[in-house]
Ligand binder design. Structure first.
Ligand code: PLP
Length: 375
């Protein structure tokens, strides 16, 4: 039985350096960071040091980083705050965003008088920048929510371009950077972005912890009632060992960025070569140029009845890939992203998402190809 993990867009294995950092933190940091005694101050110092490290990695100020339980919470926090504190009444997003954005906006729509517009996306999963401009006007307080890297097909947004468009139209801009942070250089000051969100488990950190970046001087409030943690912006005792692990994970990712990206790029190229050499009629879903190296989504030239058994069959062989977003994997619903970009005919074909990390090898790809050949 193989042991091949190619589902790194769903989550990643924790780096050994991160495990070491978290183990030290769990063993030695006892206090609650809100306590004023020495134990509390020690925990507070770990927390603030982690904040500094994270801020430095994206060229932010420390007080612009707020710790959360992950990106889902961060997105909920920003979208609700946008309405309640910033007076936003108009959202612009796309139908290929993560459900954390789409479903939160749907919920807000049932409670508040807001409008949501969806910018068009082409067959490669790239948004229309012209359409985006046409949806913006100066007089309506607007938040644009567009993800940097799509989690199902890897398509890439031009963050700088969208940020500039938003500034020109006086709109706020939030980007879901869950799939890009630690894989692309993100300089929030250069980008002039208002909000971004991140989840540690996507960059070889622990699960259940993340952060949001909020440009300074934007005044918002906590989603929950309770303590005064995070300067009153996020009530609840901070998850100190997870946060220190997240900071280490982000630093490791950026320290090794170019060598790891190189390796992942080669893995993706090799996978594409092998798939095209072995499966006549295979198609890549999404863009081949404006894309992240760590995600490859392909429509296999198999009959539709094979769709449900492919993952099961590969799993029996010890190979983990997915059909799309992990949070939708329990349902048999067609991917909302593929639905947006594929023709009805291509949508019928079984599509799979292969997602890579620095830990994958060329042998992993050979194992996947060999297994697919036997289907
Ligand atoms: N946004 C994107 C693009 C994602 O891929 C995910 C996770 O799959 C999320 C948001 C939600 O992240 P989390 O489940 O860690 O809160």
């Amino acid at each position: 039985m193989e042991n091949v993990y190619l589902d790194n867009a769903a989550t990643t294995a924790i780096r050994p350096e991160v495990i070491a950092e978290m183990a030290t933190s769990m063993a030695t940091v006892i206090g609650n960071p809100s306590s004023t005694h020495s134990f509390g101050r020690q925990a507070k110092s770990v927390l603030e040091n982690s904040r500094k490290v994270i801020a430095k990695n994206i060229n932010a100020f420390s007080n612009e980083i707020i710790f959360t339980s992950g990106a889902t919470e961060a997105i909920n926090w920003i979208l609700n705050n946008a309405v309640n504190k910033l007076g936003v009444t108009h959202f612009i997003t796309s139908k290929t965003e993560h459900h954390a954005v789409l479903d939160t906006l749907k919920k807000i729509q049932t409670e508040k008088a807001i409008t949501v517009d969806y910018v068009t996306v082409n067959e490669f999963g790239i948004i229309s920048y012209t359409h985006l401009v046409s949806l913006l006007d100066f007089n309506t307080p607007t938040l644009v929510c567009l993800m940097h890297v799509n989690n199902e097909i890897g398509s890439l947004l031009d963050l700088q371009k969208v940020s500039t468009i938003c500034k020109q139209h006086n709109a706020y801009f939030m980007s879901d950077t869950v799939q890009s942070i630690g894989k692309f250089v993100l300089d929030v000051q250069q980008l002039q972005i208002d909000f971004l969100v991140a989840s540690a488990h996507k960059f070889h950190g622990p699960k259940g912890v993340g952060f949001l970046y909020k440009k300074k001087n934007i005044l918002l409030q906590s989603l929950y009632k309770g303590g005064e943690q995070e300067k009153g912006l996020r009530a609840g005792t901070e998850n100190v060992h997870n946060i220190s692990g997240m900071a280490t994970a982000l630093s490791c990712s950026y320290n090794q960025l170019s060598s790891e990206n190189n390796h992942i790029e080669n893995l993706k190229k090799y996978t594409i070569e092998q798939l095209f050499a072995n499966f006549k009629g295979i198609k890549i879903n999404g863009d081949v140029q404006h894309t992240s190296n760590h995600i490859l989504n392909v429509a296999l030239p198999f009959t539709p009845d094979k769709s449900s058994m492919i993952l099961f069959y590969l799993d029996m062989k010890g190979i983990a890939i997915s059909r799309g977003s992990a949070c939708q994997s329990g349902s048999n619903r067609t991917s909302h992203v593929l639905q947006e970009i594929l023709s009805p005919e291509d949508l019928e074909k079984p599509s799979i998402r292969i997602s890579f990390s620095y830990q994958n090898t060329f042998e992993d790809i050979d194992a996947l190809i060999n297994a697919l050949k036997t289907i």
